[in-house]
Design a binder for this molecule. Structure first.
Ligand code: R5P
Length: 299
């Protein structure tokens, strides 16, 4: 088995190679003078089971084109190709909310299907309205989760008092992540309800009975982009008497000054996985990705 790293996240590709005991290939990535991408895989991948890893966040167009070029080459020579999209780009536009909108999740999924990769692994993929990603991409598929690892990190580092901890998702879709994190620590979980008003504005409200008074709250989500969601949820929970809020997130994009604003709003700590390297990265997604790859019986 050989890991071919995309240019987005060499550190995660290295950690995955250590987890799987696989070789890490060398690849040349550059641009032609006219701006087009150049990809050259320097190791011989003939007859190999190849894992191509890309975290296509923050510069999604660039990483997407690079992945298409690399995967098409790898499919020609390797015995099998597993695509690990540790950050799946364009997943948040998963529906046509207004007439005329392109549905980018579907388009990217079609590209993956066209390339004929043998398997796809994602990490806590944004899955709000599309619940069946496997049918969408049309190949054997696994979604690895870092949520148990984030929860374990919070407990082991003493960021929360587990005896009075509630794990909360900021919207209904985040309940799945709150459940995974809560199960790891054997604590209760709940979720809030969110309405999106614009790219940067959301409204978060309480649904059903949720009591956080005097409790430590581990707020978990798949993505922090502008921080609007986490900030609104944290304000609400602090207003309900929560003792402290810490935030654990799979993919911390933290655009503009999101991190500062979240901390200014009273969140004590933000920590994230290494799918998108950033100042809050504390936990590696490599063990979860390796387990997902092994579940296919490929490593
Ligand atoms: C979508 O709803 C996701 O699960 C996140 O809650 C969202 O992407 C966060 O975006 P922002 O940080 O801009 O509110």
């Amino acid at each position: 088995m050989i890991i071919v790293p995309g240019s987005s996240n060499a550190a995660l590709a290295y950690r995955l190679s250590r987890e799987l005991g696989a070789r890490l290939a060398k690849v040349e990535y550059r641009r032609f003078p006219d701006g087009e991408r150049y990809v050259r895989v320097l190791d011989d991948v003939s007859g190999e089971d190849v894992i191509f890893l890309q975290s296509a966040a923050l510069s999604p167009d660039e990483y997407l084109v690079e992945s298409l070029l690399a995967l098409d080459y790898l499919k020609e020579f390797a015995r099998s190709v597993t695509l690990v999209l540790s950050y799946f780009p364009y997943a948040r536009q998963d529906e046509r909310f207004k007439p005329g909108e392109a549905v980018s999740l579907v388009t990217v999924s079609k590209l993956i299907r066209c390339l004929g990769v043998d398997r796809l692994v994602t990490v806590d993929v944004h899955r709000h309205r599309v619940l069946d990603m496997r049918s969408l991409v049309g190949v054997p598929y696994a979604d690895a989760s870092v949520m148990p690892h984030l929860a374990r990190y919070a407990a082991d580092q003493g960021l929360v008092d587990v005896s009075r901890l509630v794990v909360v998702g900021p919207d209904a879709e985040a309940e799945q992540w709150a459940e995974l994190a809560a199960r790891e620590l054997g604590v209760p979980h709940a979720h809030l309800v969110k309405s999106r008003l614009g790219d940067r504005e959301v409204e978060v409200r309480v649904s059903g009975g949720i009591d956080v008074s005097g409790k430590d709250v581990l707020l978990v989500d798949d993505i922090i982009s502008t921080g609007g969601t986490v900030r609104e949820a944290a304000r609400l929970l602090l207003g309900m008497g929560a003792r402290k809020i810490v935030v654990g997130v799979a993919h911390a994009l933290l655009v503009e000054d999101a991190l500062v604003k979240i901390l200014e709003d009273g969140v004590e700590e933000v920590f994230s996985s290494d799918t998108v390297p950033n100042p809050t990265t504390r936990v590696s997604a490599a063990p979860a990705i390796a387990a997902a790859i092994r579940s296919f019986g490929a490593g």
